[in-house]
Design a protein around this ligand. Structure first.
Ligand code: CDP
Length: 217
């Protein structure tokens, strides 16, 4: 079984993906980490993440497996990494290079798990359109900015909610308007608005939706 979770920045999709993977004992892939790693590699080489040559070279040199083993590092979670990620993610060749790894994760979830949860922007539309369960997680921009600013401050970044909101909206627009794999809900996705939901409430809503899908199978 594949659970595809898409949504905009700081919508709560990553937390939900982790909790669902734990609940069902499925493998979890945070696909944003791959784009973040490519973006950070370009920055570290002194390049420009909007430059197709630099971004493609960084994507080719990336070992997705090692990104996953390193997991959530502060360098990958920084605000600058998110911004660079969304710039490299708009380049078709970069997405193409990362495609096989993500599809293979769905087809053969690691550690012999019987299912996979992937979260990102194009899981239900491009990576795994065959997924049995598709969720699209949203929340009001001000709420998402407040959540993300809090996370960044906890990681030592000195940011205000207002500044994060402005930059997050620019990133949302770039992600939604790009020519390749723009962020949008799949036609059969269940829309989950977490603006007024606690994590537990969002999880309960997702589990209830998945249960209805399981009854049909
Ligand atoms: O945590 P947050 O939602 O802010 O970001 P993320 O999921 O780590 O993704 C960072 C950036 O990578 C996004 O702004 C997208 O531009 C890009 N991305 C993508 O294009 N496709 C994916 N499947 C995942 C991320």
């Amino acid at each position: 079984m594949i659970i595809a979770i898409d949504g905009l920045a700081a919508s709560g999709k990553g937390t939900l993906a982790k909790l669902l993977a734990r609940h069902y004992d499925f493998a979890h892939l945070d696909t944003g980490l791959l784009y973040r790693a490519v973006g950070v590699a370009v920055l570290q080489a002194g390049g420009d993440p909007t430059n197709p040559q630099s971004a493609t070279a960084a994507a080719q040199a990336l070992n997705p497996q090692s990104v996953l083993s390193l997991g959530d590092t502060p360098a990958l979670r920084s605000h600058a990494a998110g911004d660079a990620a969304s710039k490299v993610a708009a380049i078709p060749a970069v997405r193409e290079i990362l495609l096989d790894f993500q599809r293979n994760f769905c087809a053969n979830p690691p550690s012999g798990k019987s299912g996979a949860v992937l979260d990102g922007r194009d899981i239900g539309t491009v990576i795994a359109p065959q997924a049995e369960v598709k969720l699209f997680v949203t929340a009001a921009p001000e709420i998402r900015a407040e959540r993300r600013a809090k996370e960044l401050r906890a990681r030592g970044e000195n940011v205000t909610d207002a500044a994060v909101l402005v930059e997050m909206q620019a990133r949302d627009a770039r992600d939604q308007e790009r020519g390749v794999a723009p962020t949008r809900p799949a036609d059969d996705a269940y829309l989950l608005d977490t603006s007024r939901q606690s994590i537990d409430e969002a999880l309960a809503a997702a589990l209830a939706f998945i249960a209805t899908k399981q009854q049909k199978h």
